[in-house]
Design a protein around this ligand. Structure first.
Ligand SMILES: [Zn+2]
Length: 138
């Protein structure tokens, strides 16, 4: 069975229904190893395939290490990556709608009192109408 997502089929994606006993056991693996649910399921499959002698030692070692990565480590790494990406490329803070920000690449930093914003070329005049002045090019 393949899972269809966003209009294309992913050949190796499977939607499976787990018996309650498996869910409880996998939940135990998640808690004991501090890993996420997908990694716990794949780790259990990895261990099962190794016990059945269906995968070799290098394959087992590779996937055991991959699926044993702690959930908080993975999440924190993503948060750091996201924060660094934001620092490298400031985005326009112009509110295009109720809660929507413009988000185009900013070319200037603007200032109004203590408040600072980033703006793309298109929204500099809009910020000026709200009392902001260009502070520096970014
Ligand atoms: Zn903009």
């Amino acid at each position: 069975m393949t899972e269809e997502r966003k209009g294309f089929k992913r050949a190796n994606a499977h939607m499976i229904f787990l018996p309650a006993e498996f869910v409880m056991a996998i939940t135990h693996v998640m808690s004991k190893m501090e890993i996420g649910n997908y990694n716990a399921i794949l780790l259990v499959i990895c261990e099962g395939l190794k016990n059945l002698d269906l995968i070799d030692d290098p394959t087992y070692g590779l996937f055991k290490a991959r699926y044993s990565r702690k959930l908080l480590d993975l999440v924190n790494r993503k948060r750091v990556d996201r924060a660094n990406a934001g620092k490298e490329k400031p985005r326009c803070r112009w509110a295009a709608g109720s809660a929507m920000k413009c988000r185009r690449l900013a070319t200037v930093t603007m200032k109004k009192g203590d408040r600072m914003v980033s703006s793309c070329p298109e929204h500099i005049e809009g910020f000026k109408k709200h009392g902001y002045e260009v502070l520096e090019e970014t």
